[in-house]
Design a protein around this ligand. Structure first.
Ligand SMILES: [Zn+2]
Length: 254
């Protein structure tokens, strides 16, 4: 199989449709408007790497048919990116090994606080997730892919973005520092945060995301982390050439 990226979830933090709201039947009829929380899978020649563990991680991975995960990269520890980590237990149970989880030291502390039982001693037949927390270097060789880690700003937080070959994934971003910016120019495909239509302090909103996409000039940009203001079909028709909306299950060659 050729290397590829799968957008596992394309939705903003509360998912789409959101609880407590009603939607027109035409909106609900388009499967692309059903957005689970943001996550990406990189499928390389020798394995699979998960970027973030959304609350729907288990269902997202089942949908792909993937049964093995070589490692997980956590971009940051907001709930919508880590609350599926408990379900990594199935992978550690299957292999008998802790799942390698790459993230910054600060986010490692958050993960230890959120899932303390994953780092405690239990009798052998009690199945808790086993996580092997590791620092994120600037480059990672995982799944047979050369993965470059770039840091962007998401309001006051640092978020890890990833690039491999001509593909990059930049979720949860409000500012791209110069070092990352240089590494995001001239891509084949960029997946980029465009959370909603009006400005947001911690995310690119639609107009800003369009400006950034046009300045970085990848061949194709897919917007992700989308809220329910985006009705996929009509919203995508209004986008400039080369810019599209991601959807759950979207597969991109890398
Ligand atoms: Zn976030």
């Amino acid at each position: 199989m050729k290397p590829r990226a799968i957008v596992m979830g394309s939705g903003t933090s509360n998912g789409v449709p959101s609880l407590g709201r009603t939607y027109p039947p035409e909106f609900l009829a388009d499967p692309r408007n059903h957005r689970t929380r943001c996550s990406l899978m990189l499928q390389g020649p020798t394995g699979n790497v998960l970027v973030d563990c959304s609350p729907e991680m288990r269902l997202q991975v089942l949908r792909t048919g993937v049964t093995e995960i070589e490692a997980v990269i956590i971009s940051h520890t907001h709930a919508d990116h880590v609350m599926g980590m408990d379900d990594l237990r199935s992978f550690s149970l299957a292999t008998g090994e802790a799942v390698p989880v790459y993230t910054s030291p600060q986010y490692q502390e958050d993960i230890r606080r959120l899932f303390p039982y994953a780092f405690a001693e239990f009798p052998p037949d009690i199945f808790v997730p086993k996580l092997d927390l590791r620092d994120l270097p600037e480059r990672l060789d995982l799944a047979g892919l050369d993965i470059e880690v770039l840091w962007v700003r998401h309001g006051p937080w640092d978020v890890a973005a990833v690039r491999t070959g001509g593909f990059a994934y930049v979720t949860d971003v409000s500012e791209i520092p110069p070092k990352a910016w240089e590494r995001l120019r001239g891509l084949d495909t960029l997946v980029l945060d465009a959370v909603r239509h009006r400005p947001h302090p911690n995310h690119f909103h639609l107009d800003r995301a369009i400006e950034v996409a046009q300045a970085l000039a990848p061949r194709t940009t897919y917007f992700t982390h989308l809220c329910d203001e985006y009705d996929h079909g009509p919203a995508e028709m209004k986008l400039p050439k080369g810019i599209r909306l991601a959807y759950d299950g979207l597969t991109i060659p890398i």
